[in-house]
Ligand binder design. Structure first.
Ligand SMILES: Cc1cc2nc3c(=O)[nH]c(=O)nc-3n(C[C@H](O)[C@H](O)[C@H](O)COP(=O)(O)O)c2cc1C
Ligand SMILES: CC(C)CC(=O)C(=O)O
Length: 370
């Protein structure tokens, strides 16, 4: 753990980046090609301004939302991210415990370094928590079905089908450093050891399990036939794909560009959120990830139509900084900041956060009400 004081997510990023070996740091922090989308995911939040309503009684504030039939402490969950043991030996077990302690939910990556049973149990031993299982459409259908069945048996509430990864993104930074998972790690969900992943070439190593021939018609009815879990699509950026997810009877979508790690120069997620939420018209749940780094980011995402935000890298930074306690710190920073943002904006419940009642202003050009 670094000595300096960690007050905000930028502090946590800095502290973690000083601790992590350079190649692992670049693997976590970096994105695809020219890093345009990684940068814009965060910076685009700055285009929006919050218009507070004053002299409102905000002594009692409820930050809770209900997700998978359970209240979570505030509208933020932890995105599925692979190889968490490269941030801290406890990896996903620490993340699960921290999420349970903070009263929120966790996404489990198919590339987790612990089994789905170990991860769900670790959290549930601390307190109530729901998990969702991230899934790739895989070339090996039998393996994909095993992952789904084990997740359901372990109590996961939903499948997050990652739709933006038929192949790996162009990851110059990773390739430059020759990043590979450390030897000795296990990836029990995809049933591979680090050594087995290392044996394959870089692109193959991470893409060879995915099916580039996937489609809505091949995946969704098949998934529906093998599981009662909710089916969410992770990696949607257009109203057209929101509409298709509705047509296929999906339960939710994550507006996501994979944290800028797949196709670079896709738009920042917050910029496509209003159009996607408008297309949904309440028929499907709309969540968002990518670049969320503060309570006001969460506030803005909700005002622009998201029900809930998810964060990836901040969790990895928390893990690298101080394991479970580091992830707890990250979640507490965002919780406190979000609650205070609500109070300062004059909102005492989540339902009071809205584009029209608050007014969100854009600062690129003359300020104008959206
Ligand atoms: C190191 C790393 C590994 C990731 N692994 C996965 C993964 O296995 N499956 C997946 O769907 N998304 C994965 N993601 C993407 C996250 O789920 C999420 O979409 C992204 O991190 C959100 O952006 P943020 O990091 O800016 O919060 C990963 C992200 C990072 C940074
Ligand atoms: C473990 C990796 C395949 C995950 C990753 O880098 C990603 O999904 O962005």
């Amino acid at each position: 753990m670094a000595a300096e004081k960690v007050l905000c997510i930028a502090d946590l990023e800095k502290a973690a980046s000083q601790i992590l070996p350079a190649a692992t740091r670049d693997f976590f922090n970096s994105g695809a090609t020219s890093q345009v989308t990684v940068r814009e995911n965060s910076s685009s939040y700055q285009k929006y301004r919050i218009l507070p309503r004053v002299l409102k009684d905000v002594s009692q504030v409820s930050t809770k939302i209900s997700l998978f039939d359970r209240d979570i402490s505030f509208p933020l969950c932890v995105s599925p991210a692979g190889l968490q043991a490269m941030a801290h030996p406890d990896g996903e077990l620490a993340t699960s415990r921290a999420c349970a302690k903070a009263g929120t939910n966790m996404g489990i990556s198919s590339y987790a370094n612990h089994s789905v049973e170990q991860i769900t149990t670790a959290g549930k031993e601390i307190g109530p928590i729901h998990h969702v299982m991230q899934l790739y459409s895989m070339a090996d259908r039998e393996k994909e079905a095993r992952i789904v069945r084990r997740a359901e048996a372990a109590g996961c509430k939903a499948i997050f089908l990652t739709a933006d990864s038929p192949v790996l993104g162009v990851r110059y930074n990773e390739w430059r450093t020759g990043f590979l998972p450390s030897p000795g790690l296990d990836n029990p969900i995809i049933e591979k050891t680090s050594e087995q992943i290392q044996q394959q070439s870089h692109d193959d190593g991470f893409s060879s399990f995915n099916s580039a021939s996937h489609s809505w018609a091949k995946e969704i009815p098949w998934l529906r036939s093998i599981t009662d879990m909710e089916i969410w699509i992770k990696g949607i950026l257009t109203p057209e794909d929101v509409e298709t997810a509705i047509e296929y009877g999906c339960d939710g979508v994550i507006i996501s560009n994979h944290g800028g790690r797949q196709l670079d120069e896709t738009p920042a997620t917050v910029d496509v959120l209003p159009a996607c939420a408008k297309a949904a018209r309440g028929r499907i749940r709309i969540h968002i990830d990518g670049g969320v780094r503060s309570g006001s980011d969460i506030f803005k995402a909700l005002a622009l139509g998201a029900e809930c935000c998810w964060v990836g890298r901040p969790m990895l930074w928390g893990l690298a900084y101080n394991g479970q306690q580091g992830v707890e710190l990250m979640l507490d920073i965002l919780y406190q900041d979000f609650k205070r943002s609500m109070q300062l904006a004059g909102c005492k419940s989540i339902s009071e956060i809205s584009q029209s009642s608050l007014g969100i202003f854009r600062s690129d050009g003359p300020l104008a009400r959206l």
